[in-house]
Design a binder for this molecule. Sequence first.
Ligand code: 2IP
Ligand code: CA
Ligand code: CA
Length: 380
Amino acid sequence: MADLLRLLLRVGEKAANVARLCRQEAPLFQLLVQEKTGEDKNKKFVQDFKTLADVVIQEMIRHDVRVQFPEMAGFIHGEESNMFENGLGESVTVTVCTTEEETAKLLATVLDGDQTAASLLARAIHQDPATIEVSTDSLTIPLKPSELGIWIDPIDATSQYIKGGEEVLEEGRLFPSGLHCALVLIGVYLRSTGEPVMGVINQPFNNKDSADRGWRGKHYWGVSCGSINICSESRPRNRSEGQRGLSVVLSSSEKQAVKEALTSVCGPDKLIYASGAGHKILCVIQGLADAYVLSEGSTFKWDSCAPHALLRALGGGVVDLAMSLQQSDSGSQDPSTELTYHLPRTDRKGAERWANHGGLVAYRDSSQLRSIIGALKGKL
Ligand code: 2IP
Ligand code: CA
Ligand code: CA
């Protein structure tokens, strides 16, 4: 299944090209940011453009995976629906066609006849991405496409993507907000058990090239199945927890009770607030924080599947917080609390069926997870 990994890295790079293009090209950028002013007469259509960028990316990934792995066709899910209503109230199904011209024609109908914008998008969708160098050649992954499903979040942290804050990232430092929080997330899970087994994360806006001032991206990947655990990121060194306390990243909207409970295990200034669910898990993967705690059911399977696979490859994971709080203190982590990706909640409708409803804790080290669960027990 190294073929699937290579394909997902390539299609993740194409997705990043589309995301960058929508900010670089004036006709597309205008559509993206006009929403900010809220004064545009055609507001509904303009608001829809950021969703269109998401839909286009998701459909492109779905199309490319389906072409190479037809067995996966019915199991490629994502955040977005491909039914789209244009400014004229017409419903259009957004699909990626065989040729660039056909795709451009279809996109023009969604974009109310805006040929320029449609052609720019279609070109990026059909263009081959730059080659990604990864040492996956000797990698044998014992999985069959007919056993797997995929979760796609075409752009996570859309609000940061639209806002466009530019940060110059520094190694070893967590930057809470900005364009770098926007991520393309592609996660692969086992249909039978729901375990996340492979993940690709593309960060379209990692750094700006000093020569041409264009954005350059970065990609991260991981595979975790059976005895195979490989990740593009290395396991960060464990600093002594006793000396410094844990560092935990949270959503700025996290409950006061959670913040207070965590101060008992966190060092001073070790509660950090950052944007983007995917970005926060990436911070844990990179060792910029020890854990990400979320007490609400405000993330979805497409947010956590890809980064969860990377964390597993590093010896960590993502657990359901509510379930973990109910477990007795046995000293060891119950594997059944890990999030799974194959079953919807039958008592909910729409996107809510796929919410990580119990909240979550993303961690690299299970003893740190135990300290966090211990601190939160009885406090929520
Ligand atoms: C969002 C996005 C938000 C996050 C929310 C996700 O996904 O990652 O940033 O909230 O949970 O569902 P927060 O930043 O408070 O953690 P999207 O941008 O795809 O809607
Ligand atoms: Ca998301
Ligand atoms: Ca999204």
